[in-house]
Design a protein around this ligand. Structure first.
Ligand code: TNX
Length: 536
């Protein structure tokens, strides 16, 4: 089935982009402010980088190596500013957003100024998008003029959190493909990679103290009776985190608690209330067997896992899951009921005792992670039973969770499925598209999402919306071809929602710019979808 679907995605239904792709300004996401000027800047074999600080030099080296692939030019990194060169200037005193930059392209040269290395990196990404799209080619492209229109750009993101979530649990994503997505998404200024590493259908991270998590928990028997599995070693994770950091992407790991953990429970059955032997889940949907908060050893397990995970992920945030945890097993569990009693978690008018027990788990996770200097993010169910003091809510069941969180002066990240942030859905006619979880999320719908609800603006609480994320749940992403097909070009719309000021968004113009982006995606061998005119 997967092979057939793979074929279906790569033939027949797509039309090639038009050859007009290099006309006009094609930057995605559209900058906050851009003025086009007369003339063009020509990049040549004698162009050089001027990078007067070590951080700027690292970025110059990164882009010199990349530009060499497509242009074949050997760019020198010089100590003095030269005509025809690219200057990367970092000034911590510059008055500009932490991620902002100023980009001036004149016939004499390119100048990028920013407060931080990240700003300079984004300035370079914008400059690259002014060059012919073939600049993303992995091999030298001949007979092309590497020129860019003259512009002055003043740019900064609308949101500090611009995320994508990948789910290697339902279908595994090999290291090289994870890197590929990071590489591609960094072109479009995505800065956060939420990595969903544990779930019912597979445990995907090596934990040295608990080897059975990967020996048993990373494998399942699929429908045809074959073993399916995969996991990341800690070395591979470090490698990916470093790769992301080079591209100014922070990795947020997710350790699901207390539900969605059947794979871990299969390896260590004592983690559940009944302790019955089980296997990683082989079908999709919500699993009833969950972790047992009545048992102190269950918390010890989480503490040990956290202790091994934390050093791998230098970012501030740690995602503790918290979604879809059926509580029937806790109702019939003497240890859970004893915990409810001991902690005084009585049913009140807002919450059941079991909901408050879930909140107790999340609060313990928060304390556990605070000891390591980490802050928690959780799916919006963490609102039920009372929010942990410092938690950030990821709003997925619509926007209500995000709104409730902001009203309690907690930060929130918007990722509502119904508003187009779930990219496991169809993006065209379901009769010809590869099977998906269901529902239609056309490119325009993704693009039209505004992560800040009006009510929060009215109440002056909009500052708590830190940003937006698209989720790529992989139940119906049998391989990375289908995953990419679902991701692109919709992720480009997400990048523009996350970066571009609301009043600068323009779908018609975005559609035009996407033709240029397709050629860039081709350079990375991305299996993208092309929206068809006859949409359902
Ligand atoms: C709900 S979103 C889930 C995931 C599924 C997804 C499918 C969330 C926090 N939980 O476990 O993969 O729906 O769309």
């Amino acid at each position: 089935v997967a092979a057939t679907l793979g074929l279906l995605t790569s033939c027949g239904t797509q039309t090639a982009p038009e050859r007009t792709y290099n006309e006009g300004i094609n930057i995605i996401p559209m900058p906050a402010s851009l003025q086009q000027q007369e003339g063009r800047f020509l990049l040549s074999s004698s162009s050089s980088f001027y990078a007067p600080t070590p951080e700027a030099k690292t970025i110059a080296e990164f882009f010199a190596a990349k530009l060499k692939n497509s242009t074949g030019f050997n760019f020198a990194i010089a100590d003095a500013e030269k005509d025809g060169g690219i200057s990367l200037l970092i000034d911590p005193a510059m008055e500009i957003n932490e991620e902002g930059y100023r980009l001036d392209v004149t016939p004499q040269g390119v100048k990028i100024q920013a407060k931080t290395p990240q700003g300079v990196f984004y300035g370079m990404q914008s400059f690259l998008q002014l060059l012919p799209a073939e600049v993303e080619s992995p091999s030298v492209v001949k007979n092309i003029e590497w020129s860019a229109p003259c512009v002055s750009i003043d740019d900064a993101p609308r949101f500090a959190y611009r995320g994508m979530m990948l789910d290697p649990c339902r279908h595994f994503i090999p290291v090289e493909n994870v890197k590929k997505q990071l590489d591609v998404l960094s072109l479009f200024k995505i800065n956060t990679f939420h990595w969903h590493l544990t779930d019912d259908q597979g445990w995907r991270i090596e934990i040295k103290k608990y080897p059975k998590l990967t020996e048993i928990g990373s494998k399942r028997i699929d429908g045809e009776g074959t073993e399916y599995g995969g996991f990341y070693t800690q070395e591979e994770i470090k490698d990916i985190v470093a790769y992301a950091a080079e591209r100014f992407i922070t990795v947020i790991p997710e350790l699901e608690t207390p539900g969605h953990e059947l794979a871990a429970i299969s390896a260590y059955p004592e983690l559940s209330c009944k302790g019955q032997p089980t296997t990683p889940r082989i079908i999709w949907g919500v699993e009833d067997i969950v972790m047992c908060p009545g048992k102190e050893d269950m918390f010890k397990f989480l503490e040990d896992v956290v202790e091994e995970m934390v050093p791998l992920f230098p970012g501030t945030y740690f995602h503790i899951g918290g979604d879809e945890c059926p509580k029937s097993s806790w109702k019939n569990c003497p240890a859970c009921q004893a915990r409810i009693k001991a902690e005084g978690l009585k049913t009140d008018k807002n919450h059941t005792a079991e909901e408050r027990l879930q909140s107790y788990v999340i609060q313990r996770m928060e304390k556990m992670l605070a000891k390591h200097g980490k802050k928690i993010i959780g799916w919006d169910e963490i609102l039920e039973g009372g929010l942990s003091p410092e938690a950030t809510v990821m709003s997925w069941r619509g926007e209500a969770g995000g709104i409730a969180s902001a009203l309690q002066d907690h930060d929130a990240i918007m990722t509502p499925g119904g508003n187009g942030m779930y990219l496991d859905t169809f993006q065209g006619d379901s009769k010809i598209e590869p099977v998906s979880i269901g529902g239609y999320t056309l490119l325009e719908k993704v693009y039209s999402y505004n992560p800040v609800p009006d009510t929060l603006v009215t109440l002056g609480k909009d500052k708590h919306i830190k940003g937006v994320q698209a989720n790529h749940w992989s139940e119906y992403m049998y391989n990375t071809d289908i995953m990419e097909y679902r991701m692109y070009p919709r992720m480009l719309a997400v990048s523009e929602i996350a970066w571009t000021p609301l009043d600068k968004k323009d779908y018609k113009d975005f559609e035009r710019r996407i033709n240029n982006a397709y050629v860039r995606l081709d350079g990375h061998d991305v299996n993208y979808h092309i929206p068809q005119p006859e949409q359902p």
